[in-house]
Design a protein around this ligand. Sequence first.
Ligand code: NAD
Length: 368
Amino acid sequence: MQVFEKLAEYRYEQLVFCHDKATGLRAVIAIHDTTLGPALGGCRMYPYASEDEAVVDVLRLARGMTYKAAASGLNLGGGKSVIIGDPERDKSEQLFRSFGRYLETLGGRYIVAEDVGTSTEDMENIRIETSHVVGVDVTHGGSGDPSPFTALGVLQGMKACAEEVFGSPTLGGRTVTVQGLGHVGWHLCEMLHREGAGLFVTDLREEVVERARREFGAKLEEPDEILSIPCDIFAPCALGAVVNDISLPGFRCSIIAGSANNILHEPRHGEALAESGILYAPDYVINAGGLINVADELEGYNEARATKRVSRIYDSMKSIIAISKRDGVPTHVAADTLALERIDAISSIERLHTGHPYGTERRRRETL
Ligand code: NAD
C-alpha cells in the first residue's frame, strides 16, 4: 500500500503504528483532522486478515469521525484506532496498558473510547497509563451506557424531520416502524410511546417483540416485511445498508430516521430517497448522541449538560434540511456540507493567524 498517497487523498494528519513485542500489541492509530479539537474515536479490536485491511479500516473510520464530531457541534476532531487481534482470545491488561502508553506519547492529539471488540474494562486498563481516554467506569467519571443518549438524539432528529414534513415536530399520533429492539431501539420505543406515537416493531428475538407488544401496545411485524409497512417514519436500528436497490421501491414512509450506521447502501440511494420524496435523516448525525455523551467526560461528566447537548441534534437536523434546500442536494450530502462548513469556518480563523491556505482548499475536496 502507498501509505502517503492514502493519507494525501483525504488530508489525514497522522498515522501511527504501535508495536510491542512483549505484549503482542499491534495497533494503528489514525488522526484525520484536528481543526476543531483533539481527535476522538473508538478503538476497535478485530482479527484483521492483513495489515492493509486494518489500515484501510482505521483510515475510513477516522475520517467518518471528523464529519460526525463537526456536524454534532463538538469541538473535537476525527480519529480512530484498531488493535489487530481476537477480542475473545488476545486481550490482557498488559496489552491495553501498552496501548495506553502509546496514547500518552501523542499528548492528547487522540482520545480513545470503546468500540466494537473493546469494553469499559479495556478503557480502565488504558486509563492506568494515560488520561486521554473516555468511556471509563462510572466510578472514574465515566458516562455509562451511551444507548439512551443515542436514542434521544434519534428522537430529536425525527422531530426536526416531522416539523419539515408534517408541519409540526409532535410525534404523538404519528406511526413509527422500529427495526431492531436492542440497546438503542428499545429506548427509542420507550420514548416514542411516551410521546404518544403508534409503533410497529420487529426483531429476530421473539421475547423482546412480545415485550414491546405488552409494554407499548406495539404491533409486531415479520423481519422481512418491516421495510414496506405503511407508516410516517421508518427507524432502522439494527442493520446497515437497509436502503438499497431492492428495498427502495417498497418504502411506504415519509421519513427515514434511525440509529443504524451506514443506512444507505451507497450514496446514490440517498439521491433516490430524495427523488421519491422521502426525507432521510443522515445516520451519522442523528446517531451521534452516544458520542456527544461520552465526549462530555472530558469536562467532568454532567448528565444534564450531556442531555442538553444531545437534544441539539434537533438543530443540526434543521440545519441539514436548510442546506439541502439552499444547495438543492439530498440530505446526506447536506450533512457533509454542514460538517465541512464548520471546519472551514474554524480553519479560516486559523488562517487569519497563520496565513495557512488549508481552509479554502478543503471546501473543494470530495465529501464523504
Ligand atoms: P444491539 O445489538 O443492542 O441491537 C440490535 C438489535 O437488532 C438486536 O436486538 C437484534 O436482535 C436486532 N436485529 C438484528 N438483525 C435484525 C433483523 N434482520 N431484523 C430485525 N432485527 C434485527 O445494537 P444497538 O446498540 O441497539 O445498536 C443498533 C444500531 O445502532 C447498530 O447499527 C449500531 O451500530 C448503531 N449505533 C448504536 C449506538 C449505541 O449507542 N448503541 C450508537 C451509534 C450507532
